[in-house]
Design a protein around this ligand. Structure first.
Ligand code: GSH
Length: 225
């Protein structure tokens, strides 16, 4: 079975998991230390691009880089877009969504106190500008999602970052009704809402962020706790 390996964070493992859950691809999620049985610092140099997530296939091949992981899942799930023009548009949305990763994800998962507030306020204008691009793109076609009515990598990547931005500031999406509708449509996918209910809760953002895993609150991070 495919393995997705990552850390104690709500970040780059979300979109791949939503895509796999919604398209019926079976996988196992493993923390780095459980998979490698070793601290991250000693593992880092041996994974393809010295970072996680990676997807490890049954034959041992390790795929690094979130976009490559998402594109591979699309391919095995039969979600590749045959029309080159639409495929390029979806790819451009995926890459733009991925650019929302930093500083949003590290701030929500790790920043505390005044540092959290300063980072939140510093990124607000850029986030709103990027959200307005995505809002405009959603309005380009009549379908529910970016290029048609099927949610794929671009949709789940975008959804994850929008969803996470609510933890930075729940009001950030207020001026973007089309993005809010998009979020509702994604959450109304049964397998996605099931995944979201079961995943570790991210608590105490901006104070002392923790993930609640099997009932125990663990500080976010790259090490076993
Ligand atoms: N471009 C990579 C970024 C991956 C990345 O930033 N991974 C971080 C966690 S979110 C990481 O591995 N941090 C630990 C390290 O760099 O040692 C992707 O899209 O997958």
């Amino acid at each position: 079975m495919i393995k997705l390996i990552y850390f104690k964070m709500r970040a780059l493992a979300e979109a791949p998991q939503m895509l796999m859950c919604s398209s019926g691809v079976e996988y196992k999620y493993l923390m780095s230390w459980d998979h490698f049985d070793e601290q991250w610092i000693n593992v880092k140099a041996n994974v393809p691009f010295k970072q996680l997530p990676i997807l490890e296939l049954d034959n041992g091949t390790q795929i690094g880089q979130s976009i490559a992981i998402l594109n591979y899942i699309e391919a095995i799930a039969g979600l590749t877009i045959p029309d080159p023009e639409k495929a390029a548009e979806a790819s451009s949305v995926l890459q733009s969504a991925q650019e929302l990763f930093a500083p949003l994800n590290p701030t929500v998962n790790f920043a505390v106190g005044e540092d959290f507030k300063a980072k939140r306020d510093a990124m607000r204008a850029d986030l709103e500008s990027r959200f307005s691009d995505l809002e405009r793109y959603l309005n380009k076609y009549d379908g529910k999602y970016f290029v048609d009515d099927t949610p794929r990598a671009a949709e789940f990547a975008c959804f994850h970052h929008l969803d996470l931005s609510k933890k930075l500031d729940p009001k950030l999406l207020d001026g973007f009704p089309r993005l809010m509708k998009f979020g509702e449509d994604i959450q109304s996918i049964e397998k996605v809402s099931e995944y979201m209910e079961k995943r570790p809760e991210l608590i105490d953002v901006g104070i002392e962020p923790k993930l609640v895993i099997d009932g125990t609150a663990h500080p976010t991070g790259v090490n076993r706790t």
